[in-house]
Design a protein. Sequence first.
Length: 192
Amino acid sequence: MVKLERLRADHADALLAFERENRAYFARTVSDRGDAYFAEFAARHRARLAEQDAGVCHFHVVTDEQGSLIGRVNLVDVEDGCAELGYRIGERAAGRGVATAAVAEVCRLAAAAYGLTALTAVTTYDNTASRTVLERNGFTPVGDITLVGRPGIRYRRPLTAPDGTGGTERTDGTDRTGGIDSTHSTDRIRTE
């Protein structure tokens, strides 16, 4: 069983260790964060907490039964009831359903706790594992993109609140399937 915890200041050391331990593993499927990410980690962590406090992002760590940090799952660029999903699961936990479970839980939180009505996500076409996780969690393809110079796909999932409300429409009546900037800086988490 996996557990999601909202990002806190005291997660910094474990999160940095997780990112260092999995750097080469992640670089196989997503852009490397670069040395500056690690050198400036403390400031970046504080900035993420400030973004979360402002309500523009919701960051989470994923822990296993022993409380060890094995991944992260985030909702970024919250706007008009929509956010972009990103996640990364460490190599030790890969292939065990952790990503599928963590994404399912963050989808539930997005509707129930954060009041969101839709999530988007992007990944590359050659990242079959990530595409499978998204599709198992009800995300559907909505368009092609280029992600860090590679062909990719944009996904969307409407959310339903526990009271049965929710959906894909913004209050102005327009659908929010666009607007994903596939050129975010590499410190934004993308599906892997």
